[in-house]
Design a protein around this ligand. Structure first.
Ligand code: ATP
Ligand code: MG
Length: 425
């Protein structure tokens, strides 16, 4: 039996990979313009990092991690997300000693043992950004604006940006208390997960996707009802800044991140058309995280977006631009002698930076022209025995179906000129 790829993984093949490259290009351009620099961290880390950095009470750590012992009996985990690794790298490389804040972004595969379905994979890809070492509302606004701006450039519409504030260690306990007393009589009607959350992490109950928990928490006190003065002013300023930047947002008091090190801002971006898995980006402020993994107390905020879901949104909204043809010229040489001459023309073309190819399997003229069509080439350079004898090459414009002849000695400069002019026809 042939071997198949693991469940929940994908082969990204030519024909579709261009869309990934396009998305990555736009991401890198936006990050560059916003002054964010790329960081690449290992694909696996000590399991302990995610236990502490993502949190032992989360679904990710409890149910979704790819954890294994290496040959030295160390527990390792394929990264399920990027923030913990970025914070570890910030501490390990003493980036806190450089000019603050540090603005970083990453693009890469993440691994979660989940039930695969549309928009949900076991190996998927995230683009994320983190700002470490700054705690002002303008930082939160910049990060959310970056996300918004990226989606605008991709041409996406119908997005919902939800924001909330989950408070801080001084105001959150008050919310916790009033939420627990609100839910106390309804406790046994909550789903099993939420019954667990009641003592451990009641705030997460507000975020439960189970419809009956949603009904039970209708009218429950939210973190916004209990924000201390500093948190309230941070949240107000954030909203003013988002308005100043033209970001259309909604306050959603049910959007929560439950761990102790989450502070204040939480946000999420949703897009309807891609089905049940409609969250394309999630983020928030995590001022306690760097300390949690052993670094100096450092404020931080970031987000991660699921690239498969963003691509799906671009696809359904038909917003992919026409992607560039792969090859500009195909050298069609017929016969051994012509192949030699053609191969030398091809190397000259490649040296001058023109994307060009030659037949590698000995096809007929007709089949080679077909192949040229398939790679969307602009020109076919046809060289047979007859042309060779006359020292000429036929140039066929495959878009217009016209052809002419040029001397072999001029072919490279003629074609590279056309390429540089960006010949569209
Ligand atoms: P969800 O509620 O969809 O499980 P999450 O809360 O686990 O999302 P985060 O950990 O915040 O998601 O990750 C950020 C983004 O990464 C999500 O908004 C989503 O776009 C994407 N994402 C998360 N898990 C997957 C997955 N298994 N497959 C594809 N994309 C994913
Ligand atoms: Mg999840």
């Amino acid at each position: 039996m042939s071997i198949q790829r693991p469940k929940g993984t994908q082969d990204l093949l030519p024909g579709y990979i261009e869309k990934w490259q396009y998305l990555e290009e736009v991401i890198r351009k936006v990050c560059f313009e916003y002054g964010y620099e790329e960081i690449r961290t290992p694909v696996f880390e000590s399991t302990e990092l995610f236990k502490r950095g993502v949190g032992e009470t989360t679904d990710i750590v409890n149910k979704e991690m790819y954890t294994f012992l290496d040959k030295g009996e160390r527990s390792m985990t394929l990264r399920p997300e990027g923030t913990a690794s970025v914070c570890r790298a910030y501490v390990e490389n003493k980036l806190y000693g450089t000019q603050q804040p540090v603005k970083l972004y990453y693009v890469g595969p993440m691994f979660r043992y989940e039930r695969p379905q549309t928009g949900r994979f076991r190996q998927f890809h995230q683009f994320g950004a983190e700002v470490l070492g700054a705690d002002k509302p303008v930082v939160d606004a910049e990060v959310i604006t970056l996300v918004w701006d990226l989606y605008q450039r991709l041409g996406l519409t119908g997005l919902e940006v939800h924001i909330n504030s989950v408070g801080c260690p001084s105001c959150r306990p008050l919310h916790r208390e009033s939420l627990q007393s609100f839910l106390d009589q309804r406790r046994t009607d909550l789903c099993r997960d939420c019954q667990d959350r009641f003592d451990r992490n009641p705030m997460r109950i507000l975020d439960c996707k189970n419809p009956s928990c949603q009904t039970l928490t209708h009218g429950a006190p939210t973190t916004l009802d209990h924000l201390c003065e500093d948190c309230a002013s941070h949240f107000t300023q954030l909203q003013e800044l988002l308005e100043a930047a033209g970001v259309a947002y909604k306050v959603n008091s049910r959007l929560v991140r439950g761990l102790d090190y989450y502070r204040r801002t939480a946000f999420e971006v949703l897009v309807e058309e891609i089905g049940a898995q409609s969250a394309i980006c999630g983020g928030g402020r995590y001022d306690g995280l760097v300390e949690e993994i052993g670094g100096p107390s450092t404020p931080g905020i970031g987000f991660a977006m699921g690239m498969e879901r963003v691509l799906a949104a671009i696809e359904v909204q038909k917003k992919f631009p026409e992607l560039k043809p792969a090859q500009f010229a195909m050298v069609i040489a017929l016969g051994d002698k012509a192949q030699q001459r053609g191969f030398s023309i091809l190397s000259e073309l490649r040296k001058s930076g023109v994307p060009a190819s030659i037949d590698l399997v000995g096809r007929s003229l007709k089949a080679q022209l077909k192949a040229a069509d398939r790679v969307n080439a602009h020109y076919a350079l046809i060289l047979g025995q007859d042309e060779l004898d006359r020292g000429r090459v036929v140039i066929r414009n495959l878009r217009l179906g016209e052809q002419s002849e040029v001397p072999v000695s001029e072919i490279v400069s003629v074609i590279s000129d056309k390429y540089r002019e960006g010949a569209r026809v």
